[in-house]
Design a protein around this ligand. Structure first.
Ligand code: CO
Length: 494
């Protein structure tokens, strides 16, 4: 009788790079159909539409983009009604997308390093921006808006996703102006919901303009603040009284960009000797901005902020340094272990003492925080995030994590080894009484089928796995941000 040696332990890595990489294939097709392949059951009381944005093309003609963030915006909608779901995806017909699809080659330089063919000579001093509308999508004041932070929003038809044109937010944004890709919805500013957004003019000193819009999309307030130094501000947080920005310690060395060697975002340098600055701006526009130094870190996304007994609490996904883009490296062969992982940190700011203390909340790799829409800017209990399968180190997001911020307890569902997780959205159940009563909806790329799934989980029990897994018959490349709206925007119902 022979004995077999025990099965070797599974490798520490919870995924194959080849699977992960296969999620970065262009999806040039546009679809619309009722989703028919469903494991489990869509909750019949789930009514509304998920909108989601992200890069849809990873090449233009035969020319690969240098980084996915340079990919043209591809918007998806999944409309839920009475236990059924309708899928649709459309490219945002930006001027650049239309022109480049005709030319079948890049006609613009990308912020993240994509160059026009022809080498530096063909790229030097071409500083035009291509508004690629690929970062977020929101529905506000009966307008569906695809957002990219360095230019104006594009308005889309919420049912067909057809592009209707640039949108200046009813005259708020000057031609050629910008609007953040991360506005925040204040659920009840003196009882009325508001959209709070901003734009940044970077330079030797930077100007932040804060905007507030009422539920009809009309501007209520607008004020400007000047801050010293360069500012790369992707996101911010709000409370009923404050808008809070983190000015990461990065500087911008434009020469390689100007002379056509690098994209603008490749010219950012992290300065680990300098503090991160927390900028606290009164939303009412009266009173001075306060600036509070904290430990050097880099933040793309804030989870939430709230006011408590004279203090401001801000929960943010922090990197210990800027996850810089290595000029020569192909993003598809990234060594995750060499790139810093995002972790959830809590900053408690004493406004009177102008001092911040930092506490780690989640040390495993996380990104894409989401919470109950009624808790934005308020004390909150539950946070949902994408997370890695392994508890330590950096790796692709493959799982969903629910954090109880009161007890520190976590609840995790993983799609590893072959699933890769997108941004979760939390959708409260109608007439819910508990703050986690609702659904967590996310898009998961399945490396085995080479197709995407939409998963719906019960917000109270993530570890129980999806209550429904909707299997799309095609893939959608890894996306960025999205929104849920309670309106149904599918085809007419019988
Ligand atoms: Co973002």
């Amino acid at each position: 009788m022979t004995t077999t040696s025990p099965t070797p332990l599974a490798p520490a890595q919870s995924y194959s790079l080849e699977d992960w990489r296969s999620g970065y294939r262009s999806q040039p097709e546009e679809f619309n159909y009722w989703i028919t392949e469903i494991e489990g059951a869509i909750p019949p009381e789930l009514t509304g539409t998920v909108f989601r944005n992200g890069p849809g093309l990873l090449a233009i003609g035969g020319y690969p983009v240098k980084h996915p963030f340079d990919g043209d915006g591809l918007v998806c909608s999944i409309a839920f009604h009475a236990g059924r779901a309708y899928f649709r995806n459309r490219f945002v017909r930006t001027a650049g997308y239309v022109a480049e699809q005709q030319a079948q080659k890049p006609l613009y330089r990308g912020v993240f390093g994509t160059q026009k063919p022809g080498g530096p000579w063909a790229n030097a001093f071409d500083l035009r921006l291509k508004n690629i509308a690929n970062t977020h999508i929101i529905y506000w004041g009966d307008r569906l808006l695809a957002l990219w932070e360095a230019a104006e929003p594009h308005r889309l038809d919420p049912t067909t996703l057809a592009t209707l044109g640039l949108d200046d937010l009813q005259g708020l944004i000057a031609p050629g102006g910008a609007f953040t890709a991360h506005p925040r919805i204040d659920p009840g500013h003196h009882g009325q919901p508001r959209l709070v957004g901003f734009s940044v003019k970077p330079g030797l000193s930077s100007t932040i303009t804060l905007y507030e819009l009422d539920s009809a999309g009309q501007a209520i307030s607008q004020h400007r603040h000047s801050i010293p130094g360069f500012a790369f501000l992707h996101d911010f947080a709000i409370t009923p009284n404050y808008a809070i920005f983190f000015q990461n310690p990065v500087s911008f060395w434009p020469l390689p960009y100007l002379v056509g060697l690098k994209g603008a975002a490749e010219c950012l340098r992290f300065n680990p000797q300098q503090p991160t600055k927390i900028l606290v701006i009164p939303r009412q526009g009266q009173g001075a901005m306060q600036v509070i130094d904290t430990d050097p870190c880099f933040v793309f996304h804030h989870a939430n902020a709230f006011e408590q007994e004279g203090q401001l609490v801000i929960d943010s996904v922090c990197y210990d340094r800027f996850p810089s883009l290595e000029g020569s490296q192909d993003y598809r062969s990234v060594d995750f272990e060499r790139v810093p992982a995002g972790q959830l940190w809590r900053f408690t700011v004493d406004l009177a003492a102008t001092r911040a203390t930092v506490t780690p909340l989640v040390s495993r790799c996380v990104e894409f925080p989401a919470l109950h829409p009624d808790r934005v800017g308020r004390p909150y209990r539950y946070l949902f995030l994408g997370t890695a399968q392994a508890a330590q180190g950096n790796a692709p997001l493959q799982a969903l994590l629910k954090l109880d911020t009161q007890t520190g307890q976590t609840d995790i569902w993983s799609a590893a080894p072959r699933g890769f997780m997108g941004e979760p959205l939390f959708v409260p159940r109608p007439q819910a009484t508990d703050p986690d009563e609702g659904w967590v909806i996310a898009m998961v790329y399945d490396g085995e089928r080479r197709c995407s799934d939409v998963v719906i989980l019960d917000g109270r029990h993530l570890a129980a796995g999806p209550v429904a897994r909707l299997k799309l018959p095609h893939h959608i490349p890894y996306g960025l941000h999205g929104s849920f709206v309670p309106e149904y925007f599918g085809p007419p119902l019988p």
